[in-house]
Design a protein around this ligand. Structure first.
Ligand code: HEC
Ligand code: HEC
Ligand code: HEC
Ligand code: HEC
Ligand code: HEC
Length: 233
């Protein structure tokens, strides 16, 4: 016991005794500068972490699609590609996501040994219950959008606005902005607003930018008379 006490007393005495007084002058200034820099970088890193990683996580709530749908596989199984399920009615309206009837053409009974297929057949197909799909591209109710204008008249590819959903093997999670209620596909994939692909966001400015480029009916969203009602109900 006494030896341990002695050791600690010696250890405590050692540092102050051994530091030469000559070096004490400039040292505190340097370490203070170093500390300021260190705090700056720790603070910067922390705010970047919050801004880029924590905030987007908090800002978006995540929802799983009710069924994991495999586009790549189904496009091979049907006769007419995308149009087998996503087609225009004779009056030009777009069918959107197919109804359960379409699925029943092949899924009245479980036909394979995939767990996801039997879940789909048992929970929806055999009960005649529509699958409550979440629509990534959903716009607020005040927006009028017409597929026929873009796909038929404008001859645009689905991917220009939707990305690679048609080739995907799994449905991705649906992310909803907690403040605005918008889907992340509308509000923007990148928190900074930076766009790498045409489909990264589909806010008013995104629609308008392409319309301006393509010369659609109005010259400017801001000044064009009546221009608002091209896209608003
Ligand atoms: C067998 C029917 C079927 C076929 C064929 C099919 N789809 Fe789909 N599609 C669906 C179903 C079901 C959903 C809803 C689930 C989902 O989002 O994956 C969907 C959703 C989508 C969506 C998501 C819309 C949104 O914003 O939520 C896009 C885009 C899409 N399909 C594009 C395509 C393209 C492009 C093709 C052809 C390459 C295609 N689909 C072929 C059934 C089909
Ligand atoms: C043309 C026929 C056909 C149509 C129409 C069809 N499917 Fe399928 N589906 C298949 C086949 C074939 C399989 C593969 C079954 C197996 O062998 O596991 C399959 C598999 C699935 C699976 C399991 C996929 C996996 O990755 O494990 C799900 C879920 C599914 N279908 C949902 C749907 C839904 C929802 C619809 C309607 C929008 C639909 N299918 C329309 C033929 C079809
Ligand atoms: C110019 C951009 C654009 C193009 C091109 C486009 N879409 Fe869309 N799509 C949208 C927008 C915007 C919505 C949301 C509409 C709304 O909420 O009123 C949407 C919605 C959808 C939906 C969900 C509809 C529903 O049930 O609510 C499906 C499915 C879809 N698109 C499939 C397709 C397919 C397949 C193609 C190619 C044939 C295509 N889209 C081409 C912009 C586009
Ligand atoms: C990638 C380019 C592009 C994007 C993105 C786009 N549009 Fe368009 N839009 C067009 C083109 C091109 C036309 C004209 C098609 C034609 O008549 O030849 C058009 C036509 C329309 C029309 C019909 C106008 C008319 O008077 O006939 C409406 C409505 C419309 N767009 C709404 C929207 C909305 C809402 C969005 C965003 C959610 C959107 N568009 C995004 C290119 C685009
Ligand atoms: C090219 C299509 C287009 C035109 C033209 C357009 N808008 Fe929009 N607007 C949209 C879309 C898409 C949204 C939803 C996405 C968003 O909030 O950015 C929207 C959203 C809005 C909202 C927010 C509504 C809400 O519920 O959050 C207001 C307000 C609005 N627009 C006003 C206008 C006014 C005023 C004009 C005319 C000067 C106009 N818009 C012209 C496409 C358009």
């Amino acid at each position: 016991m006494s030896t341990a006490d002695e050791k600690s007393r010696k250890a405590a005495a050692q540092p102050s005794g051994s530091i030469p007084t000559a070096e004490e002058g400039p040292a505190p200034a340097d370490t203070a500068g170093g500390k300021v820099m260190a705090f700056f970088f720790i603070g910067l890193a922390a705010s970047l972490f919050v801004g880029w990683i924590v905030f987007p996580k908090l800002l978006y709530s995540q929802k799983k699609q009710p069924i994991d749908f495999n586009h790549a596989m189904h496009v091979q199984e049907v006769d007419n590609g995308c149009e087998s399920c996503h087609f225009f009615r004779p009056d030009g309206t777009f069918t959107g996501i197919p109804k359960l009837d379409k699925c029943l053409e092949c899924h009245e009974e479980v036909q394979g040994d995939s767990a996801e297929e039997s879940r789909f057949v048992n929970q929806y197909a055999q009960k005649g219950k529509e699958v409550p799909w979440l629509v990534y591209a959903k716009q607020p109710a005040c927006v009028f959008f017409s597929h026929v204008a873009h796909v038929r008249m404008g001859k645009m590819d689905c991917a220009a606005c939707h990305g690679n959903i048609g080739e995907s093997q799994h449905t991705r999670v649906y992310e909803q902005n907690r403040i605005s209620g918008y889907s992340r596909d509308i509000w923007g994939r990148n928190i900074s607003g930076f766009k790498r692909h045409t489909w990264d966001s589909m806010k008013m400015a995104d629609c308008a930018a392409c319309h301006k480029r393509a010369g659609v009916h109005q010259t400017s969203v801001q000044t064009g008379k009546g221009a608002c009602f091209v896209c608003h109900k």
